[in-house]
Design a protein around this ligand. Structure first.
Ligand SMILES: [Zn+2]
Length: 374
């Protein structure tokens, strides 16, 4: 197993088990992660917020039971997230994705909206089955309540703007049903926004006048405008329209790996000016140019993306968007959600302060949630 720490000289000489100090009801990271007492403390003190997790797709497509523990992996019966591991991970808030595949938008009549409603019900049912452990969350206050009570705040993020079938009424309806962000596109563009991939010969262009109305309505409702997956022109069009901080829920840095799903330095600086947060995606394909040559991605490459965004956009504008259960490869040492404390260790090893590590783990997103989610 690759060590989470970098070779930096400031790394603790002797990895030690989690600190015995219990300053909150949230348990410390398990000793098996071999992180230092300082990293364990910083992680335990932090609001840890993961902005993108596709476990609901496994529930709907693979009959994955989210209530029981599964081995870490990508095959049938394996996963990166489930209730036991959510609780063990010490995460404070997890955004579960209501992902509507492009094929639903191609059906006639369009089935995207019916599909997103099924996801919203599935995620809400998961949270409501476990009232002692989970909070079905819609506001920043729910994150603080979860932290104070040792529970996990489960938020809903919608993936794919085609979900609303070109209707502001449907946008308002998914908000009423708990959705608190929406990516303006998935890999497919739609009638009003272009995507970075243009899957199925769909738009890679910018926002139409209706697309601008969607962004304004999301601002008005108090819903996070999510620019992961969108084309560069839609990205800048949305920033021009939005009066609130935006997010990229699961996107990494193009300067380190030139992939259209990653963000350019110009985009990172634009998010910083807007006050928003770019949440790093953990998928090896997006992180590491060497992945395409069949090489395993080390955890240090994931940390390189966080570090790059912190340097270009500023440490106030970077967070975590794992894409757990939505990807086919993860860096060594980041096999599932229980490994998140290793990010605290790796950032401390690179010289980040306790406060900056807490910002990256979730403090920055909590700031934006305070501003946007009402
Ligand atoms: Zn995605």
């Amino acid at each position: 197993m690759a060590c989470a720490g970098s070779p930096n000289a400031s790394a603790p000489a002797t990895p030690a088990p989690a600190a015995p100090d219990r300053s909150s009801v949230v348990p410390g990271p398990p000793a098996s992660l071999e992180i230092s007492p300082r990293a364990a403390r910083v992680y335990r003190e932090a609001y840890v917020i993961d902005m993108h997790d596709d476990m609901p797709s496994k529930i709907l497509d693979e009959q994955y039971d989210p209530d029981v523990r599964h081995p870490a992996g990508f095959g049938a019966g394996e996963g990166n997230t489930d209730l036991p591991r959510l609780l063990e991970s010490g995460v404070t808030a997890e955004f579960l994705s209501a992902f509507v595949d492009a094929r639903y938008a191609q059906k006639r009549p369009d089935e995207s909206y019916a599909r997103v409603l099924l996801y919203l019900d599935t995620i809400a049912a998961f949270a409501r089955r476990h009232p002692d452990n989970l909070i079905l969350a819609t506001r920043a206050a729910d994150v603080r309540r979860a932290k104070a009570s040792g529970k996990v705040a489960v938020f809903i993020g919608v993936e794919g703007g085609h979900s609303i079938e070109n209707s502001l009424d449907k946008l308002r309806d998914i908000y009423r049903r708990g959705a608190r962000y929406m990516t303006l596109t998935w890999n497919n563009g739609n009638d009003w926004a272009g995507s970075s991939m243009g899957q199925g010969n769909t738009s890679r262009g910018g926002l139409t006048p209706f697309g601008r109305d969607v962004v304004r309505e999301m601002n008005r409702l108090g819903m996070l405008v999510d620019l992961s997956h969108v084309s560069d022109s839609t990205f800048f069009d949305a920033l021009e329209v939005s009066t609130a901080p935006v997010i990229a829920s699961h996107s990494s840095a193009r300067a380190i790996n030139d992939h259209p799903r990653n963000l350019s330095d110009e985009q990172l600086r634009a998010v910083a000016r807007n006050g928003g947060v770019v949440n790093v995606n953990f998928f090896s394909r997006f992180l590491d140019p060497a992945f395409a040559e069949g090489r395993e991605t080390p955890l240090s490459v994931l940390i390189d993306h966080i570090d790059h965004i912190a340097k270009v956009a500023g440490v106030d504008h970077v967070g975590l968007g794992s894409d757990f259960d939505g990807v086919s490869a993860l860096p060594a040492g980041m096999e599932d959600i229980t490994r998140l404390p290793r990010i605290a260790q790796a950032l401390l090893d690179r010289g980040y302060s306790d406060e900056d590590v807490r910002k990256i783990l979730g403090g920055n997103m909590l700031r934006v949630m305070d501003q946007v989610l009402r």
